[in-house]
Design a protein around this ligand. Sequence first.
Ligand code: ZN
Length: 242
Amino acid sequence: MREPKALILMYHRIGRVRRKSIVPAQYVTAGAFSRHLRLLRRLGFEGVSLARLKDGFEERAPLPARPVAITFDDGQRNFHTGALPALRAQGLPATVFLVSNHIGGSNVWDQADGDVSEPLMTDAEIDECAAAGIDFGSHTRSHPHLQSCSPERRWEEIRGSKEALEERFGRPVDFFCYPYGHGVEECHELARRAGYRGATGCGKGFNDSATNPYAWRRIFIRSDTFAPIFVYKLWRALKRNR
Ligand SMILES: [Zn+2]
């Protein structure tokens, strides 16, 4: 049997685009998100966790024919209010990448660039998501541009956030997501050394056992990813890697 090609979707914020946001593409309405989930089902995709993907790539457990993992960056509160209900309704797993120093705070790293303030999930909201089966990964301690950090700071952001989150959850935190994504090739090895089982990079396309597990490719789902574009993006990602 041919090895399945796994897709990983990247979302950020659930809600209507805020007029003054500097990252308007990061908003997807709750209605659009629900439509995406229904489309995945209709197209025969099966939702898997990142742990199940990695197990599949390592041949510990078989993967479904069309695996898809859903990921959310930053741990915004609108995940809890806007995405969790739809994921529960469809029985789909998802991973949220948290910025460990800012739980219960807001997206100060975006605001420093001029963005609107968006609250991040509180401990209680995270616990509620975890109880509903949502997985949590690390997105560093403070969401820096890792390529401009000193080696010590890089390690603290990558390894330190893992330790902080493991302490918080009382279990291993196995997956990492590089903030901003680009220019972090030097960090792939650090993520491996820090003990993560995988990390999401910024390449586009599908993933299989030949993909570097510290540079998993994702599909950026944007505010203008209307249903036909969503289907096209899935098709294009399965077709070729970039
Ligand atoms: Zn981020």
